[in-house]
Design a protein. Structure first.
Length: 134
């Protein structure tokens, strides 16, 4: 079932929430922005986007994404040193981001390198940065 067909079932709060998610999905998929329409999004796609956004919605996780911009790959140790937080806390945040499909990882010897699963996710961080500047 498509959102376009079900939009009348939502109050204004949910309507704006759907529009916000639509914008974020478009940012993630900016190459197909002109082709994508709200009627093309399924409930499942919106739920996936919402879960990714919920995972990102934490100051430390936004900072992690910022460090992983431009295709950078970093280990847990490198990230925890950059953030100046405990390594176990860093691992916890990385686990959440990986579980929700925001990050991927690749093992190389003893090290595991984390990176953005979709390069376009850095657009969300850039958007948030621009929106919070006065």
């Amino acid at each position: 079932s498509y959102i376009y067909l079900n939009i009348q079932n939502y109050d204004y709060y949910h309507y704006f929430k759907i529009i916000y998610l639509y914008i974020c999905i478009c940012l993630i998929n900016h190459n197909s922005f002109k082709k994508m329409q709200i009627k093309d999004l399924t409930i499942e796609q919106l739920e996936e986007a919402a879960n990714m956004l919920k995972a990102i919605a934490h100051p430390m996780r936004i900072a992690i994404l910022n460090y992983l911009e431009d295709g950078k790959k970093l280990t847990v140790t490198e990230i925890h040193e950059l953030l100046k937080i405990e390594q176990s806390t860093t691992s916890h945040h990385l686990g959440i981001l990986k579980d929700k499909g925001v990050l991927s990882s690749k093992r190389d010897g003893k090290n595991t390198y984390y990176f953005l699963k979709h390069a376009n996710l850095s657009n969300i961080v850039n958007c948030v940065s621009k929106c919070t500047m006065g």
